[in-house]
Design a protein around this ligand. Structure first.
Ligand code: GLC
Length: 466
């Protein structure tokens, strides 16, 4: 008797939880709507007269489809875009079979918050200091190497080695950088230090670096995507569609900066109260609204807000949240992966919730897992709608029956979440049936890609220079 009373109470709780979470469900028609809105914004971003007002900026990268060979040798690659800054030496060359061989040795430096949110000088001085440290460590202080810079923010390029930062994203806020040439900021910081020299030859977005690094394994790789702290994609667009750059021949890689999709209202009927709270509490309110529904910087926080809602409705934790759970940012995105990957005994879930000062029952654990699943499944579906939009566009551009395409992917959410990939792939294939898509994960894509682009750029610069 007693247990059946408990069972029915549990069932009631379960269905109340399901009801709260039902808002996160996206149906195929919703995704079709998202996909066509994304395509419309991409189109607006490509046109000269609408680019200014388009949310999806479609930034030309000056990485073209026809590289005529590249330099062989050592390159220094920098990677700035997440909480860590990485420096690496990349040896570009051919092995005995004439295959590309790329080797790396890297070092990682965590970026102090005051460098992320202070002044641009502070941030770039810190970067120069890290490079100096790395060169000491590798005994390379005396060498002036060509340098490729993976800078994972929206940049309006004028050349491959020149471009201004449009706006910071992902919690960066260093003042005096927006509107300025990023390569210039780096060169100035290196000059200020004065203890080493570098020849900065190329700056690329992480999506571009990922695409290029995968291209060397698979020449069908003409799309790069990141689902990590942030979320973004690039792809090879026909030059005649890239109105912001002169010339009609061949293709150029376009950095879509699709994370800003929704910033002119295209997501209003999809954003939930949790999304609004996340946005309002961020360093860039009103910006990157699509990214804020997908990226790892925000996913854990969305789950936390859902849990708070469940507590307030007396559905979990006996109606009481701990101080920790009430604290912004306390529910890390990696918890989402760990909880969804947990076995049915909820051992790890319990541990995580205990570290947050809670004393969960099995039912609580169950509800938390359902919240994680809803948030991460929505993220995978939203992201799939974006990629399917890109693929459909490429399919139309190229006019082939079937678009055979490879997408190079990187990022912690994609790589570390136990089910994100599968759900994402399935939805992409459903939404873009005319594409035959292969997904490959890039390893060290940011560094290798930057070095490979630099190797090409350096050769071209040398040819022009002589
Ligand atoms: C943000 C940046 C974008 C980057 C992405 C993934 O969306 O604006 O440039 O590619 O994060 O790191």
């Amino acid at each position: 008797m007693r247990s059946s009373v408990r069972d029915s109470a549990n069932m009631r709780q379960h269905s109340k939880v399901e009801q709260i979470l039902s808002e996160f469900k996206l149906h195929e028609e919703d995704l079709q709507v998202l996909m066509s809105r994304m395509q419309a914004e991409m189109e607006r971003g490509l046109h000269l007269e609408t680019n200014e007002e388009a949310s999806v900026k479609m930034l030309p990268t000056y990485v073209r489809s026809t590289p005529d060979g590249s330099e062989v040798g050592d390159f220094l690659a920098l990677d700035l875009g997440g909480t860590n800054f990485r420096v690496m030496l990349v040896k570009v060359g051919e092995d005995l079979d004439g295959q590309w061989k790329v080797e790396t040795k890297h070092n990682m430096y965590s970026i102090p918050v005051d460098a992320m949110t202070g002044t641009a000088e502070m941030l770039f001085d810190y970067i120069a200091e890290c490079i100096s440290h790395y060169l000491d460590q590798q005994n390379m202080k005396h060498r002036k190497l060509p340098l490729g810079f993976t800078f994972s923010f929206p940049v309006r390029h004028e050349e491959i080695d020149k471009g201004i930062l449009l706006n910071w994203t992902k919690g960066f806020k260093a003042s005096g950088a927006e509107g300025n040439n990023v390569v210039g900021l780096l060169r100035d910081a290196i000059k200020r230090r004065g203890d080493f020299e570098m020849d900065v030859v190329a700056m690329v977005n992480d999506t571009v670096a990922t695409m290029i690094s995968c291209y060397y394994e698979d020449h069908n790789c003409e799309v790069g995507m990141i689902v990590g702290t942030g979320c973004n994609a690039c792809y090879m667009e026909e030059m005649y569609n890239v109105e912001l750059v002169e010339g009609e021949e061949g293709r150029m890689c376009v950095n879509t900066e699709w994370g800003a999709f929704g910033d002119t209202g295209e997501l209003e009927d999809f954003r939930l109260e949790y999304d609004r709270v996340v946005d309002e509490g961020s360093l860039n309110p009103g910006q990157q609204l699509y990214e804020k529904m997908i990226g790892g910087k925000y996913m854990g926080e969305i789950v936390r807000l859902v849990l708070i809602k469940m507590v307030n409705e007396n559905m979990v934790f006996g109606g009481e949240a701990s101080e920790k759970l009430k604290t912004r940012g306390s529910f890390e995105t990696q918890f989402v992966s760990q909880i969804e990957g947990d076995s049915s005994d909820f051992k790890q879930t319990c541990n995580i919730l205990r570290t947050l000062g809670l004393q969960p029952t099995m039912e609580d654990c169950h509800a938390v897992r359902m919240a994680c699943e809803s948030v991460s499944t929505r993220a995978a579906a939203m992201c799939a709608a974006g990629l399917a939009g890109v693929l459909q566009r490429m399919h139309k551009n190229r006019g082939e029956d079937i678009l055979k395409i490879t997408v190079g992917v990187d990022g912690s959410v994609y790589k570390l979440h136990p089910y994100f990939k599968e759900r994402f792939h399935e939805t992409v294939r459903k939404l873009a049936p005319a594409s035959e898509v292969t997904f490959i994960q890039s390893e060290e894509g940011s560094g290798r890609g930057a070095a490979l682009v630099s190797a090409i750029a350096h050769k071209m610069a040398c040819l022009i220079g002589h």
